[in-house]
Design a protein around this ligand. Structure first.
Ligand code: AMP
Length: 403
């Protein structure tokens, strides 16, 4: 199958070519014709599958017909980085159209967003909180919305955004096309789908497992030796860009400082950094000026960075689902990637769950000349104490602040 078979508006071909897409991905093959036919959709898909273009292309195609200077498509997504990424995708795929898009999210001054909304944009890509502010201040007018996308719906649920989303839905016309994308479907998301979508078609591209181009290795290690083991792994491994995940913002910050002190080009992406720091860290990492980025799950959700050769879980994630999302950051677009996970005995239940989902035993590796019996240092500063698993379970408000 090729893109021509969708009969997309010819102005979209330039964008598809520039993006370097030859053939549609499975989610695009299934979702694009249904979306073009005007159906509501429920799509089971995670990032890395090409799901963004699966909704962006039908949106652009539809908006090329009909009036300009009014907001006709709304995409709601959980994080600022994702909003930016989707916005960039719209700009790229829509390069030969004069359709305009604005990314709307908190953590930056609202002025530029207000100007863009005033000038009139056909597409708004938004995180829920800031969008509500713009609605209440009269800057975002949503009564002409024809297409709604709820992206990463399960993540929005985890981050406590569902009440905000329901509020936003009140401002949209009932007659519209809606598409919901989610990697998992807990009850609340099924409920939301029922209330939001009309007679939806379901598109699922099989069980969501990481690309088979990724190899997985577990590195059992006592908690207090994680940092030393990581440094050893970095010394002995040939890598391109590396994304390291920690469980907390504090640990991300601290580890990135330790890496920098050890001479690595490292930065961090987590909710304690300002929006401008986050934007610049991500940009520099993407461009390769930083080789290592240490991140928390929320901040790094769904990031699309081609050059990542290694994902290293310095801390095990909270759930098997989060493991799969993290690993999805490497091995993209048929490249190969490696996933290293530093595990402590506390992680064994989760390891079993992941192996079950992946339908494979993950390789365990120990380094021959690494001293696994080195004692804990006296100084508690150097002792990377394991933060409790539920540390991320904050109140909705604090999660919003933490992003
Ligand atoms: P997504 O799942 O939307 O985050 O997309 C993951 C990556 O796949 C992005 O880098 C896209 O640019 C890329 N991509 C999307 N569709 C295609 C396609 N048809 N062919 C090749 N790459 C694609």
């Amino acid at each position: 199958m090729n893109f021509e078979q969708f009969n997309l508006d010819s102005r979209l071909n330039a964008g598809i070519r520039q993006a370097g897409y030859q053939n549609p991905t499975p989610i695009q093959e299934s979702a694009i014709p249904l979306a073009l036919a005007g159906h509501d959709l429920i799509c089971t898909a995670q990032t890395g599958t090409g799901k963004t273009a699966a909704f962006v292309l039908p949106i652009l195609h539809k908006l090329l017909k009909g009036p300009r200077n009014r907001t006709r498509a709304l995409i709601i997504t959980p994080t600022r980085e994702l909003a930016d990424q989707i916005h960039q995708s719209i700009v790229q795929l829509g390069r030969a159209t004069n359709l305009r898009s604005a990314a709307v999210y908190g953590g930056v001054k609202p002025g530029e967003q207000i100007d863009a909304l005033r000038r009139g944009v056909e597409i708004v890509v938004a995180c829920p909180g800031r969008l509500l502010d713009h609605i209440h201040n009269g800057h975002a007018l949503l009564n002409n919305i024809e297409i709604l996308v709820l992206d990463e719906a399960d993540r929005m649920l985890d981050m406590g955004f569902l009440p905000d989303i329901r509020r936003i839905l009140n401002f949209l016309p009932n007659k519209r096309q809606s598409m919901l994308f989610s990697a998992t479907f807990p009850n609340e998301i099924e409920q939301l789908a029922k209330q939001t979508l009309h007679d939806p078609q379901r598109v699922a591209i099989g069980i969501v497992r990481p690309a088979h181009t990724v190899s997985h290795t577990l590195y059992p290690v006592p908690q207090h030796l994680k940092k030393d083991l990581l440094f050893r792994l970095l010394e002995e491994t040939k890598t391109d860009s590396i994304l390291v995940f920690t469980r907390t913002k504090h640990r991300a910050q601290r580890l990135s400082k330790q890496l920098t002190r050890a001479g690595y080009n490292a930065t961090s992406l987590h909710g304690n950094r300002s929006q401008s720091q986050r934007t610049s860290a991500l940009k520099s990492f993407k461009q390769g000026s930083f080789q290592i980025m240490v991140a928390t799950d929320i901040a790094a959700r769904g990031l699309d960075i081609d050059s990542i050769s290694h994902v290293i879980n310095f801390d095990m994630p909270d759930t098997a689902d989060a493991y799969i999302h993290r690993i999805g950051r490497t091995g993209r677009a048929k490249r190969t990637g490696d996933a290293f996970t530093l595990t402590t005995p506390d992680d064994s239940d989760l390891v079993r769950k992941i192996e079950k989902i992946m339908k494979q035993d993950l390789a365990r590796r120990t380094l021959e000349d690494f001293d696994y019996s080195a004692p804990k240092p006296e100084n508690p500063q150097n002792n990377q104490k394991q933060p409790p698993r539920n540390q991320n379970k904050q109140s909705h408000r604090s999660i919003q602040r933490a992003r």
